[in-house]
Design a protein around this ligand. Structure first.
Ligand SMILES: Cc1cc2nc3c(=O)[nH]c(=O)nc-3n(C[C@H](O)[C@H](O)[C@H](O)COP(=O)(O)OP(=O)(O)OC[C@H]3O[C@@H](n4cnc5c(N)ncnc54)[C@H](O)[C@@H]3O)c2cc1C
Length: 413
């Protein structure tokens, strides 16, 4: 049988995961990534149990299957113990430990540097799959095959996975009427700091009036910090990010001032601070596929980062697509099944993430007090249960020929 060819546009989290899944499914895969190097720009990333289970389904991850990746497993062993929500004076509004999530879902979330995740995914690919410095510039789907126009020439593909991120050009190609992105009302800063010499910081997000500060210890000992503030499409951010962060968060509870000190540009180990406005899709895409082309990750459902699920959903998409695209599958039929499997779930999660942003952006003192009271009054078990539909997701469980030696285990009690 002819080995069929999949072209993946974009070598980010979703594209590389899809490439790993499809390669292990027996496809010949070409990833076109427009950047000259694969980078993990974007500081840290939290991988929730649903994403870890999806990675395990393609032979990666810290779960229980024999195909686990030792590096990710090692990362999974160093879990943040405490997580919670605080107020700027340090009062805990809610608090939980990694053990509660793990007891409920069989796995805890892990936090890694994006560079580590991208590197782990790329290392799991056969040589020659990733083509760097190659942009996908257009597509021509004739029904039987797709001609992919790239900056390095045309490619012939049986299926195309468009994983070209937030500002996906292929989304516009598939759905020219789609309204595209909208500003999510916030901007954010992110950085990764060396952790040595700092008292063991606890993973927490602190909510003030329209501002948030997050601290997440990474598995490698570094500390991922992020902050958000209400912003609008026309806002011009101050370029001195450190001064701006200190102005906003310098008087908040420990260890935030110490972390901000460490961010100081004059520190011996200079640290880059990333600053971005947050965007999300203005409306869901009508479908996640058209013909032989599927949208995946942010290209399909760019969402706000409030639930930490954008990347996790990209990973789920990739694993489901690879599962449905058996070597003998009728591609348009498999992609229609992909839309059925993914569209409703990702639309709901995007909506939920937006609602959390609305709460976090509250700035009127009365509204903030009412919100904090409600968070404090919510029993821990209820908060955990509320996440079941997201974190309890199970990957498709019938590996077909060519999926590799892994075996899926049911991790939920
Ligand atoms: C502040 C913040 C915090 C976040 N925290 C989390 C978190 O903790 N957990 C989580 O799960 N998610 C998180 N997310 C969301 C997550 O970062 C994204 O959802 C995820 O990166 C999407 O992956 P992707 O593969 O779809 O897109 P990307 O990772 O953006 O990759 C797209 C790739 O396509 C390439 N590309 C673009 N156009 C072309 C083209 N024409 N041709 C070839 N290549 C192209 C780009 O160079 C890029 O490499 C966060 C997001 C933000 C903004």
């Amino acid at each position: 049988m002819r080995v069929r060819h999949a072209v993946v546009a974009g070598g980010g989290i979703g594209g590389l995961t899809a490439a790993v899944g499809l390669s292990r499914r027996g496809w010949r895969v070409t990833v076109c990534e427009r950047a000259p190097v694969l980078t993990g720009i974007g500081a840290g990333i939290v991988l929730a149990p649903n994403a870890l289970r999806a990675l395990e389904a393609i032979g990666l991850g810290p779960g229980l299957g024999p195909g686990r990746d030792p590096a990710l497993r090692a990362a999974g062993d160093a879990l943040p113990i405490q997580v919670g929500l605080r107020t700027p004076d340090g009062t805990w509004l809610s608090r939980s430990d990694g053990g509660a999530v793990s007891a409920r879902h069989g796995l805890s979330a892990i936090a890694v540097h994006r560079g580590f995740l991208i590197g782990t995914l790329a290392a799991a690919l056969p040589p020659g799959v990733v083509h760097l410095g190659v942009s996908v510039t257009g597509l021509d789907d004739t029904g039987d095959t797709v001609t992919v126009r790239t900056s390095a020439g045309d490619l012939r593909a049986d299926v195309v996975l468009a994983a070209d991120g937030l500002r996906s050009a292929l989304r516009t190609y598939l759905f020219p009427e789609h309204r595209g992105l909208r500003h999510a009302g916030e901007a954010g800063w992110r950085a990764v700091l060396p952790g040595a010499g700092l008292p063991d910081p606890q993973a927490a997000e602190t909510w003030g009036r329209g501002e948030r500060f997050g601290v997440v210890p990474l598995a490698d000992g570094r500390i991922y910090v992020y902050a958000t503030a209400v912003s609008g499409p026309g806002a011009t951010p101050r370029t001195d990010h450190h001064a701006e962060l200190t102005r906003r968060f310098g008087a908040w509870h420990d260890p935030i001032p110490a972390l901000l000190d460490r961010l100081d540009r004059s520190a011996p180990d200079p640290v880059g601070i990333l600053h971005h406005d947050f965007h999300e899709l203005a409306e869901p895409v009508p479908r996640m596929h058209a013909g032989r082309v599927a949208l995946l990750g942010d290209a399909a459902h760019a969402m706000t980062p409030n639930l930490g699920q954008g990347g996790c959903q990209a990973i789920e998409d990739a694993v489901v697509a690879a599962h449905l695209l058996t070597p003998a599958a009728d591609v348009p039929t498999a992609l229609a099944a992909y839309t059925r499997a993914r569209h409703r779930r990702t639309t709901r999660i995007s909506r939920r993430s937006r609602r959390i942003g609305e709460l976090a952006r509250l700035s009127h003192p009365l509204a903030v007090s009412a919100r904090n009271l409600a968070v404090r009054a919510t029993p821990r078990a209820l908060s955990l249960r509320a996440l079941d539909t997201i974190l309890g997701w199970q990957p498709p469980s019938t590996p077909g020929p060519g999926t590799g030696p892994h075996r899926l285990k049911r991790l939920m009690p």
